[in-house]
Design a protein around this ligand. Structure first.
Ligand SMILES: [Cu+2]
Length: 130
């Protein structure tokens, strides 16, 4: 019985670690293709999704919700409209959005991935410059 208990404890610890990383599955990394961009209206913002275990791009994700706001600079209420754009590269998800002022923007993506029962939530930060 002892080993069963410690396995459960380990599983609980692992799932806690995973939820801290991406709030769903910790095996994926979301990175901005361009961490720094010029501010502007109707700019293209792209995020690269990688499977951390294989190092390969994840090209079959269904991103069903995307939010862009200025939460990193204390302006969470400053939200921009986001529209998906066609992907030009496997594992790269592109969006059209507005970065109206210089500063940091948080992009929150909610994704459904093959073989992943939970929604995977990724957050990336993009800095807009003047
Ligand atoms: Cu702002």
């Amino acid at each position: 019985m002892l080993s069963k208990v410690s396995t459960a404890a380990l599983a609980a610890t692992l799932s806690l670690a995973a939820s801290a990383a991406t709030a769903g599955a910790g095996d994926y990394s979301f990175e901005p293709v361009n961490p720094q961009m010029k501010k502007g209206e109707g700019v293209m913002l792209a995020v690269r999704l990688t499977n951390k275990q294989t190092g390969k791009p994840v090209s079959d994700a269904v991103i069903f919700k995307t939010r862009v706001d200025m939460a990193p600079d204390g302006m969470a209420e400053m939200e921009s409209a986001v529209a998906p754009l066609p992907s030009k590269e496997p594992g790269v998800y592109a969006f059209k959005t507005d970065l109206p002022m210089a500063g940091r923007y948080q992009v929150t993506l909610s994704a459904k991935l093959q073989g992943e029962p939970e929604t995977v939530i990724g957050k990336v930060i993009v800095t807009a410059t003047k």
